[in-house]
Design a protein around this ligand. Sequence first.
Ligand code: SF4
Length: 344
Amino acid sequence: MALSLIYDLPLSELTTLLDSWNEPEYRALQVWQGLYQHFWVSLEQFTNLPIALRHKLDTEFSFNALSPVSILRSSDKQTVKTLFKLHDGLAIEAVLMRYEKRRTICISTQVGCAMGCVFCATGQMGFRRHLSSGEIVAQVMHYARLLHDEGDVITNVVVMGMGEPFHNYENTLAAIDRLNDAEGYNFGARRFTISTVGLVLAIRRFTLEKRQINLAISLHAADDALRSSMLPVNKAYPLDEILNACRDYTLTTGRRITFEWALVNGINDTPEQAHLLAGKLKGLLCHVNAIPLNPTKGYGGEPTTQRHANLFKKILNEYGIPCTIRLRRGMDIQAGCGQLASKD
Ligand code: SF4
């Protein structure tokens, strides 16, 4: 049987456990700081612990959640994508993107995804399983360690990799809470962004929790017929229901919401879609993040052109809706989510 993963434990549970082993109170904090402040991955590195305790931890826990099996670097060296094997042999991806001063990592919350968005390589794989909170935490710690060795730090974490984070709500939020722990990694909640396809009940739950975490919605279309053809989940949660939940979110929390839009040539990058979208977003505290489609094997759509993208942005701006056209990163290493893990 596989060992429990040490990253699955919050500090409170680790403390209770070590207490039950008759260890002094400060031991749990030593383990915690070893994991989250020194980024140790092997028990040999915990030289501040007695050997007997190290042995005991070794028999109970795995400290190695992820085995990197393939690492790809973009030609400009700014994007690094890692394919990790999990304990059961399944694979997930996490990506580091370096911008000028930002070091953003994009992490996964599931192996595969049940949402079936037609343009997405992960969606094309289908759903395999949820990641545990520890497996989500371990992706961040992998890159934290890598950057630490270069004298650098992660500045932002986007939960936009493989999987729908709100389909794995408890584990995703537990992972963020663990990384946010002031006695451990202490990564600010405001530096996380969760991206969802619009699971309305989860958005409402998230709203009531009034967290500092940023929320992004993958919208991609401004009418139900088009959106349902791209994101099957739209049949369960139509656009107006999602946007009502978004409106309540911004009113309750006072926080701006981001709408993600993958611009597909001739499909959703048209002036009609831009006008329709502007009408739907009227009065909503929001920002539109549009990005040319990252092509995948299983979808015939093409990325937008520069001219269409600029016009789309211009129309939204005319209605007073802020819109950014983002650059596609890591195209040469298939940095779009699921593209590596779904390779034959
Ligand atoms: S875009 Fe996100 S939600 Fe949609 S299938 Fe891909 S991973 Fe799942």
